[in-house]
Design a protein around this ligand. Structure first.
Ligand SMILES: [Zn+2]
Ligand SMILES: [Zn+2]
Length: 74
């Protein structure tokens, strides 16, 4: 049987914050999508910068809201 803790681990978009304030980084999913369709250079230029990440995806990837919704609402 699944333990109760399984149900508490919902995917949630969270702000990534460090000592200096918010930590803005490139969305991992945008980067991956663009670099598979175009070049790595385009991915660096076009990838969305975001403060948010999913704390319950493996590796806690940086993730913009659009990607979060498209990944988790399947
Ligand atoms: Zn994204
Ligand atoms: Zn997630």
């Amino acid at each position: 049987a699944l333990s109760m803790s399984f149900y508490n681990h919902k995917h949630q978009l969270q702000d990534r914050v460090n000592e200096d304030g918010k930590n803005r980084r490139k969305c991992t999913n945008c980067y991956t999508c663009i670099s598979s369709n175009k070049s790595r250079e385009d991915a660096r230029k076009l990838g969305k910068q975001t403060y948010t990440y999913c704390g319950n995806c493996p590796g806690q990837p940086q993730m913009c809201r659009e990607c979060f919704e498209s990944i988790h609402n399947k």
